[in-house]
Design a protein around this ligand. Structure first.
Ligand code: SAM
Length: 277
């Protein structure tokens, strides 16, 4: 019997029984592994951490994309940083009025492997609205002259290649390239275990020091440490409230996100509010 195991803390292990380890590669940036599992279907890990799996990826990608897209229905140009599995891009391509989606992913091998082994998330990366740019997101935002209405930082954790996506300089550059009612959302770790709580507080402090509006919203993702996961919402002028078109949303037939979930995800437990203060 074979198991995939990752450490959530030094004292907590998370294991998934696997059928087959179908691919492994040491890329220029990280270790890339794909597995087939009994419970979560096909999934991939980067440097030994779960990234996306067939069973619960819809939760993370729907919440990452549809909350900001329904906080500001006038979003036309989107920048996704990281997101090499394509799940966030897939959700964005549902909106017919989007003009362009730039995906800036540092590791082309993640994109190519997900196109081969995880078409569920990657199949919209070839959409004509999508521009694939293989570069460091931190450098991209410091150099680009383009203006975006939404920046989605769908990154790995603030270690390794992802570290540069959690710095004050990075957030200041994102602020600079966002339009007047621009929004940034990011993968904002978790309030539960010590390590991710420390990261969460750091991220929040830096976002708050750069954006007039900075808060978090939450979703429950079984395969991320503790399952209680946060997303950062930062904006120049817009609060995160729901302003979307419910008819359009109902046509998407989403499995997690809806207007009530949008509103509820912003209601934080007391201990999380406390940690963020
Ligand atoms: N949705 C999953 C999650 O949140 O864990 C997966 C996110 S996606 C796989 C994370 C991506 O960020 C990886 O493909 C990684 O290569 C990319 N990444 C890490 N550092 C980056 C950087 N500095 N610039 C651009 N992409 C980066």
């Amino acid at each position: 019997m074979k198991w995939y195991t990752e450490y959530w803390t030094n004292h907590v292990k998370f294991s998934i029984r696997i059928k087959k380890h179908i691919y492994t590669k040491e890329t220029r940036f990280q270790k890339l592994d794909f597995y087939d599992s009994y419970e979560f279907g096909r999934f991939f890990a980067l440097d030994g951490y779960m990234m996306a799996n067939e069973k619960d990826e819809f939760i993370y990608h729907e919440m990452m994309v549809h909350l900001p897209m329904n906080a500001n229905p006038d979003i036309r140009n989107v920048l996704v940083i990281g997101g090499g599995d394509g799940g966030s891009v897939r959700e964005l391509t549902r909106y017919p009025f989007l003009a362009c989606i730039d995906l800036v992913e540092i590791d082309e091998e993640v994109v190519r492997a997900c196109q081969e082994f995880l078409p569920l998330t990657a199949h919209k990366l070839t959409d004509p609205k999508v521009n694939l740019i293989f570069a460091d997101g931190a450098e991209f935002v410091s150099e680009t002259k383009k203006v975006y209405d939404l920046i989605i930082v769908d990154s790995t954790d603030p270690i390794g290649p992802g570290e540069g996506l959690f710095t004050p300089r990075f957030y200041r550059n994102c602020y600079r390239i966002l339009s007047g009612d621009g929004i940034l959302v990011n993968q904002h770790e978790s309030p539960y275990f010590d390590d991710t709580r420390k990261d969460m507080k750091q991220i929040h402090k830096k976002l708050k020091s750069t954006f007039p509006i900075a808060t978090v919203y939450q979703a429950f993702i079984p395969t991320y440490p503790s399952g209680h996961w946060l997303f950062g919402f930062a904006s120049k002028s817009l609060s995160p409230e729901f302003r979307g078109d419910e008819d359009l949303l109902s046509r998407f037939k989403l499995r997690y996100y809806n207007k009530a979930v949008h509103i509820a995800s912003l209601a934080l437990p007391n201990y999380v509010e406390e940690e963020l203060r």
